[in-house]
Design a protein around this ligand. Structure first.
Ligand code: ASC
Length: 150
């Protein structure tokens, strides 16, 4: 009993200590995970963009809250581009793996823009938010153009 308890605790410790790195039982799980994170990111980024574009009234607190969620999400998808997850229900291009350095640059650029957007949204300055939304959207598009199939 004691041995089992120690084993369970040790297993839990290993799980908890591991960062958000590649821990997926199957390639499909990794695909589902990264698409989910990107969907949540796009949803919250979209709410800020809608305010920046004047499609919905500007509310500084709503903008800041949504930008913070989008920034958090922007860090998550990349560990899920594991080997073998280029096939299946995904638009990922093979260049993600064959040109991994360029993919890393592109997603790090986006993460950086998302961080700047979250900082701009925190200040509540709509002009800064507009500029940051433009730069962030551009970094989303650059990565899609290079690494996402139609
Ligand atoms: C979004 C969204 C994207 C990007 C991209 C920018 O709001 O969901 O994928 O912006 O369209 O060009």
């Amino acid at each position: 009993m004691k041995a089992i308890a120690s084993f369970v605790l040790a297993a839990a410790a290993v799980t908890l200590a591991a960062p958000a790195s590649a821990q997926f039982a199957k390639p499909e799980d990794a695909i589902k995970y990264r698409k989910s994170a990107l969907t949540v990111m796009a949803t919250h980024f979209g709410r800020v963009a809608a305010m920046a574009n004047g499609r919905v009234p500007f509310d500084a607190k709503v903008a800041a809250d949504n930008a913070a969620v989008a920034e958090s999400m922007s860090k998550l998808p990349w560990a899920a581009f594991v080997d073998g997850s280029d096939k299946g229900d995904t638009k990922a291009k093979s260049e993600i793996w064959s040109d991994a350095a360029k993919f890393k640059d592109a997603n790090e650029k986006m993460q950086g823009e998302m961080t700047k957007l979250a900082a701009a949204a925190k200040t509540g300055n709509l002009d800064s938010i507009k500029a940051a939304v433009g730069a962030t959207g551009g970094s989303c598009k650059a990565c899609h153009d290079a690494f996402r199939k139609e």
